[in-house]
Every structure is written in structure tokens, then in C-alpha cells.
Ligand binder design. Structure first.
Ligand code: NAD
Ligand code: DAU
Length: 337
């Protein structure tokens, strides 16, 4: 199989490429990535010899068309992915997430290529803390942030291309990922690298918000299951029953890093901050037989902490700039400055 992976120099895409090279030597991988601030070619260094890399933009119709024409399938990870950044400047989100997805859809339509669209549970908005329900494939779309609104738009475009043009597409909506190569702007790596730097973790609001954590390898094994065995036109929710409040996560990070559990600061909340996400992955489990392999959060978080300790050379160049962006948003001094 000739597989085009967009966003393969970002967090989830790079882990997907590693997993694919490791487990599927018959797959020829081409990565298309614009190397924005969130992309880093060195994420692919361990698999460099096995992968073709194209530095380019998913909104470049001629480039995308040429690459899709030479592929059997596309997995589309490329996106602007950070909620906080979308609250400051939504335009890159509209451009990449909406226009970029449309560009890919036109190309897969023209060449009859199988397409998998990687999306997020944030398209469903949020749940109350005490609500017994979880998101399912039939939960109505209700995005809260510019980021999630552009991801919801992209999902709807995929559905329209399936219905109107017969494009062979599937969609996955996954919960919060963690693991190696995640950018230091995201919650778990930000707090791990703060502790390494002797800085107190920064928790928004009261820290009561709940996220449903899944290890990135489990997300990517689900993407493969859907690509190979998913029904065209269907959506599959991906999650590993990992609901935890931000306070619980930060307390565990602190414990695993030998710090007292209360050694964090509560800081001003994110505007429009979604309260809780929770995924019901029954469809993926029953229809495709998928199971998470890294669902022990304590173990996988400890491994993630060990990875950040061992790979400071990878994250260090992005850390100060990420902290300057956080400080610019709330008018404070960068932590660790
Ligand atoms: P990321 O920000 O770490 O990586 C995004 C990658 O896309 C980067 O390599 C970047 O250079 C590239 N990119 C951005 N704009 C581009 C463009 N115009 N053309 C080509 N490449 C471009 O993001 P991530 O966390 O790895 O997320 C990957 C996908 O998974 C996104 O679609 C995101 O919405 C989705 N997702 C993420 C999570 C999560 O917890 N991180 C959960 C569910 C779904
Ligand atoms: O649910 C899937 C989504 O998860 C993906 O679609 C997004 O691309 C991904 O970034 C993530 O979105 P979140 O907004 O949930 O992730 P983030 O890591 O930014 O924040 C996780 C939680 O931690 C959220 O409740 C906000 C909070 N937070 C975040 C940061 C960066 C803090 O309390 N302090 C922080 O410093």
C-alpha cells in the first residue's frame, strides 16, 4: 500500500508513522507536512530511511493532487491543533483545517483514493461533570472553540463528499492523546517540562475540567483498524476509558516526578473552557474488535515522563517560545523566565 500521511511531523502523525514502519513493512509511507511551529522533522529521524518526506502545505492544490494521484490511501492528521492558539488567532485554523481538508477531499475524489479523516471529540462540545452520558457517534455537534468549530466543519465536509461524490472516507473522533513527541504547549508535556525546569505546573481555573486520556499508540492502532476494516462513510469514536480531572493528572505527574501533590498553581481559566469530555468507544470495540494496549494511565504516564527526561534535546528548543505565547495571552511573565 502507498500511504500518504499528512501532518506526519506532528505529535500523533509522527507516532503513526513510527508504528506503521515498525509493524507494517509492506506499507510505503509518504509524509506531507508544512513544518509549522508544531511540526518538527526530527520526530521522524528514527524512521528517516523508511519514509519519503515532502515539505509542503495541504492547501496547495497542485502539490496535493500530485501526491494523492500516487497513493492508495490518505490519512489526514495535519491541522492547527491548539485550542488556546485558536482563541488568539483563528485564521490559520480556518485555512488549514477547513480549506486544507477541502483540498484533500477534492484530490481523493478525483483519483478515487481511500481517505481517513482524523478528528476530535471536541466537535461534540462538553458534558457536565456529573452527567452519566458519554459521547457516541450520534451525539449532536456543538463545538465551543474556534479550533473545534473548524474540526467540526472539516468533518461535515467529509460527510458531504461521501454522500455527494461517493468518496471512500471514514472519520475518527478521538479524545485527548499523550505520549512521546507531544508539543510542550499541551497540558501533560507542559507540566512535565515545567517540573524538569523547577517551575510549578500551571492549571487553569479550579482544575476540575475532565479529559478522557488515551495513549497515542492506542489512538493510532484504532486509526489502522478503521482504515483496514472500517465501513466507508462511517464515524468511529476512539477512547480508552481514561477520564481524569486536570488536578488528578497534575497530582500524578508531581508524584511520579518526586514532588509534593499540591505543588502547582491555579491560573486564570481558558475562555469558554470545555468542562468534560468522555468517549463511548463501543462501536469501535464491537465492530472492529479494537482494544487499547496502553490503558494503564499510571504506567504510560511514567513512561512519557521518562521519555521527556531522556529527550530534552527534542523539546528544549520549543519550550521558551511556548511559555512566551502563554504569557502573552494572559499578560503575565513567562514561567521559568
Ligand atoms: P500537532 O499540532 O502536534 O501536529 C500537526 C502537524 O500538522 C504538524 O506537524 C504541522 O506542521 C502540520 N501542519 C499544520 N498545518 C499544516 C498545513 N497547512 N499543511 C501541512 N501540514 C500542516 O497536532 P496533533 O496533536 O498531532 O494532532 C493531529 C491530528 O489529530 C489533528 O487533526 C487533531 O485535530 C487530531 N486530534 C488530536 C488530538 C490530541 O489530543 N492531540 C486528539 C484527537 C484528535
Ligand atoms: O480532546 C481532543 C483534543 O485534546 C484535541 O482535539 C486537541 O488537538 C488537543 O490539543 C486537546 O485539546 P485540549 O484543549 O483538551 O488540550 P490541552 O492540552 O490544551 O488541555 C488539556 C486540559 O488541560 C484542558 O482542560 C486545559 C487544561 N490546561 C491546559 C494547559 C496547556 C491547563 O490546565 N493548563 C495548561 O497549561
Amino acid at each position: 500500500m502507498r500511504l500518504l500521511v499528512t501532518g506526519g511531523a506532528g505529535f500523533i502523525g509522527a507516532n503513526f508513522v513510527h508504528q506503521t514502519v515498525r509493524e507494517r513493512p509492506d506499507v510505503e509511507v509518504t509524509v506531507l507536512d508544512a513544518l509549522t511551529y508544531a511540526g518538527d522533522r526530527s520526530c521522524l529521524a528514527p524512521v528517516e530511511e523508511a519514509v519519503a518526506f515532502v515539505h509542503g502545505d495541504v492547501t496547495d492544490a497542485a502539490l496535493v493532487e500530485g501526491l494523492v494521484a500516487r497513493s492508495d490511501a490518505v490519512v489526514h492528521f495535519a491541522a492547527e491543533s491548539h485550542v488556546d492558539a485558536s482563541l488568539v488567532d483563528p485564521w490559520p485554523f480556518v485555512r488549514t483545517n477547513v480549506v486544507g481538508t477541502t483540498t484533500l477531499l477534492q484530490a481523493v475524489r478525483e483519483h478515487g483514493v481511500r481517505y481517513h479523516h482524523v478528528s476530535t471529540d471536541e466537535v461534540y462540545g462538553d458534558l457536565a461533570l456529573e452527567d452519566p452520558r458519554r459521547f457516541t457517534e450520534t451525539t449532536p455537534y456543538d463545538p465551543s472553540s474556534p479550533y473545534s468549530a473548524t474540526k467540526a466543519s472539516s468533518d461535515l465536509l467529509v460527510r458531504a463528499w461521501v454522500r455527494s461524490f461517493g468518496v471512500r472516507a471514514t472519520i475518527s473522533n478521538c479524545s485527548n492523546n499523550y505520549g512521546p513527541y507531544q508539543h510542550v504547549e499541551k497540558f501533560i508535556p507542559r507540566q512535565i517540562t515545567n517540573v524538569i525546569d523547577g517551575v510549578r505546573p500551571q492549571v487553569y481555573g479550579r482544575g476540575a475540567n475532565v479529559r478522557d486520556w488515551i495513549h497515542v499508540e492506542d489512538h493510532n492502532s484504532a486509526v489502522w483498524a478503521i482504515l483496514e476494516r472500517g465501513r466507508v462513510g462511517e464515524t468511529y469514536l476512539v477512547g480508552a476509558d481514561g477520564e481524569r480531572s486536570n488536578r488528578e493528572v497534575v497530582a500524578l505527574v508531581l508524584e511520579l516526578m518526586g514532588q509534593p501533590p499540591g505543588a502547582f498553581d491555579l491560573v486564570p481559566d481558558r475562555p469558554g473552557h470545555d468542562l468534560r469530555y468522555a468517549i463511548d468507544a463501543t462501536k469501535l470495540r464491537t465492530e472492529l474488535g479494537w482494544r487499547p494496549r496502553r490503558a494503564d494511565f499510571r504506567d504510560a504516564l511514567a513512561a512519557t515522563i521518562a521519555w521527556y527526561r531522556a529527550n530534552e534535546a527534542w523539546w528544549r528548543p520549543a519550550k521558551a517560545a511556548a511559555e512566551r505565547r502563554f504569557a502573552a495571552r494572559d499578560g503575565s511573565e513567562p514561567v521559568g523566565a
